[in-house]
Design a protein around this ligand. Sequence first.
Ligand code: HEC
Length: 292
Amino acid sequence: MRPSRTNIFAFTAIFLVAISTQSFPALHEKRQLPSDLEVSGALAGLPPESTRYISREELLSMPQVNFTVTDDENFAGPTKIRGVMLEELLRRLGDSSASDMVVAICDDGYRANFSHDYLVAHHPALVLEVNRQPPAGWPKAAEDQAADMGPYMISQPKFTPSFKILSHVDEAQIPWGVVRIEFREEKIVFGAIAPRGAHARDREVQDGFHIAEQNCFRCHNAGSEGGRKSELPWESLSLLAAASPGDFASYIRAPLAKNSSAQMPGNPQYDDATLAALTAYFRTFSKPAVKP
Ligand code: HEC
């Protein structure tokens, strides 16, 4: 039997509704629950920098990935993860003409920057369930046994480093306590910390830049970009790198040796060339820019 014209219309309408809800899950203007995820940056169909909220339930209704992770330092042993790939979130919620990366912001000001290359190489996921449990049943943070790792965290199936710069090896980005996701453009986010001055294109300075992008930028800020876990912005780090390069380098390698209450993690694996590259890079933000 041939479907009638009205049936075709009805069918088309249902089909279109299905497509639109599939590509744009409901975003709310106001927070409904403490567990809602805040999303911002370039959101599809909304003015730049709008902030919206999406619930855990809505995230659970998006296409899910399931994997068992064995190399995530946040977990003591093999752990079953269910969640939504960040690439999926970016594709469905981000404005594709104005976002190519995902920034995950934590309740303590820490930010993990998921560049396009990182997303493609490692396929990180926003974690919704750990061993089939919602956040209340998640293990506590390894660094701080009292701390909840929810409301969201990020993990990925087996992590294989995809680059090495001097002695900085591509590091798994596994933030917990994630409260906000931003869809952003790399040229703006990383552009905020692009080296300055006559030596900006030097190899050593560029190496320092790309190391700082993945490491330091998670906790130290440059204006409105970068992490806020530390109160020391880029300019202060630059002044220190220019005035006392020795102290600067030794703090990066072993903060606890200089400051018994340091919260900054050490980088004992960084050799002298790596510390020299970071110093040369940070010095480009001090005027006058001088070559070390
Ligand atoms: C996980 C967060 C975190 C990361 C990543 C991080 N820092 Fe820090 N940093 C801090 C905090 C917090 C402080 C304040 C002192 C403390 O608690 O260690 C600090 C302090 C410092 C200081 C000491 C300044 C002073 O007053 O003597 C320097 C230098 C520094 N950071 C440089 C860097 C550089 C360079 C990188 C990247 C290679 C980096 N930090 C990565 C959190 C971080």
